[in-house]
Ligand binder design. Structure first.
Ligand code: PMP
Length: 401
């Protein structure tokens, strides 16, 4: 018996890139203390007031099937939020509720890709991107970016890759690099999408975690509404990762068809979860800053620690909850450095290679522990990197002489 090719190797990356992650899990299961800076999940749980609303809604009997595209009240709240923040007129006909941002990533690609269609995304990327495209039947095509240009996409590379492509998925504020694309980059992407007639899927799940610069939504640019889907989520902004609720916003006639697609994919998101999401969105100015604030503080501590050493460098993140550290001075790949760090210091980070080729020689640190612990872990990481770099120059010196 054989499985369909569509589901084989959905999360395949360069060989061994996930090894440190699995090794950290093994160590933890064996009872060892490991500082886990791998996955982008909040260390602070969902606010009790949101959970109380969830529980009350369930107790009121909202436990049956929901309207598949989402409750009218939640779709309206999402539409209002988008319109308020981007200025683009948005109604419930432009919004469907999905099982998290990931659900929106999948259904948007399912809606626009025919088998084998070329679907672009920028490298480094959130690791589900290629697999999501493959599950939707498309051919994933990464477009490289470089730390030399702060991981910002470049027009020439995009223009070349876009020939014959169907769609472009991008993520700003970006996981894993923390880059926020400036207005001119967003305009460049919009121009390329129009020139090559691409669908654009704009993953904006980190739009409330902004440390510097400004987030611009591509859907607000001229001529982009009819070709753009925006992905949003309660996960990061409201610390609701486990509730699996997000949304997709886009052209009304397509959202209508998506109702049918969602019927065969998930048959809706539980109503008590949607009610909790509505409660939270109605109090966005209370919850969003509260959820974002610890990351801002941690970033400041992290940058202070990293300023005091010369071996590890980074493009300072403008948003999201990660640091992408360049460890090439150690002479190790991201994977080997991550394994070394885990063995010697019991600190778990993700190799850059798990996010694509453009992040080789880097490691991604999720700022998901309290500021003091993060500072301590980074001091130890920098010290390990320094030792490796010194050993490297010591062994290289005789050959050079
Ligand atoms: N996009 C990006 C860039 C992410 O980092 C994540 C989660 N880590 C998601 C989408 C999906 O998040 P969720 O399904 O929890 O909304």
């Amino acid at each position: 018996m054989q499985l369909a090719r569509r589901i084989l190797n959905l999360l395949k990356t360069d060989s061994g890139a996930w090894e440190p992650y699995y090794r950290a899990r093994e160590l933890k299961e064996a009872g060892e203390a490991v500082v886990n800076l791998t996955v982008g999940d909040h260390d602070i749980p969902t606010d009790p007031a949101i959970l109380a609303e969830m529980s009350e809604s369930a107790s009121r009997g909202r436990t049956g099937y929901s309207v598949v595209s989402g409750t009218t009240a939640l779709r309206k709240a999402v539409a209002t939020r988008i319109e308020k923040r981007t200025g683009v007129p948005t109604g419930i006909e432009n919004v469907v509720i999905t099982c998290g941002g990931q659900g929106a990533l999948l259904v948007s690609h399912l809606a626009i890709l025919n088998p084998g269609d070329k679907a672009l995304f920028f490298d480094p990327y959130y690791p589900t991107y290629p697999g999501t495209i493959m599950a939707a039947g498309g051919t994933p095509v990464p477009v490289a970016t470089s730390p030399r240009r702060d991981f910002r996409p470049e027009g020439k590379a995009l223009d070349q890759a876009a020939v014959g492509a169907t769609s472009l998925l991008f993520n700003s504020p970006n996981n894993p690099t923390g880059t926020i694309y400036p207005q001119e980059t967003i305009a460049m992407i919009a121009a390329a999408a129009q020139k090559h007639d691409l669908w654009v899927i704009s993953d904006e799940v980190y739009d409330t975690q902004i440390w510097s610069g400004e987030h611009a939504s591509i859907r607000a640019l001229d001529g982009m509404q009819e070709r753009t889907f925006v992905i949003g989520s309660m996960s990061k902004s409201f610390a609701m990762t486990g509730s699996r609720v997000g949304w997709l916003a886009g052209p009304a006639e397509i959202m209508n068809a998506l109702g049918e697609l969602l019927t065969v994919v998930t048959f809706g998101v539980p109503e008590y979860i949607q009610d909790a999401a509505l409660y939270a969105l109605n109090r966005d100015l209370e919850f969003e800053p509260k959820v974002a604030e610890p990351f801002r503080r941690r970033l400041s501590v992290a940058l202070d620690v990293l300023r005091n050493q010369r071996v590890v460098s980074l493009v300072p993140p403008m948003g999201a909850m990660y640091l992408m550290l360049d460890v090439r001075a150690t002479g190790l790949s991201g994977r080997d450095f991550a394994l070394h760090l885990l063995e010697h210091e019991r600190i778990a980070v993700m190799p850059g290679e798990s996010f694509g080729r453009s992040a080789a020689g880097h490691v991604r640190v999720a700022m998901t522990v309290p500021a003091e612990d993060l500072g301590d872990a980074l001091r130890r990481l920098a010290s390990v990197a320094g030792e490796l770099a010194r050993n490297r120059s010591a062994t290289a010196a005789p050959a050079a002489a």
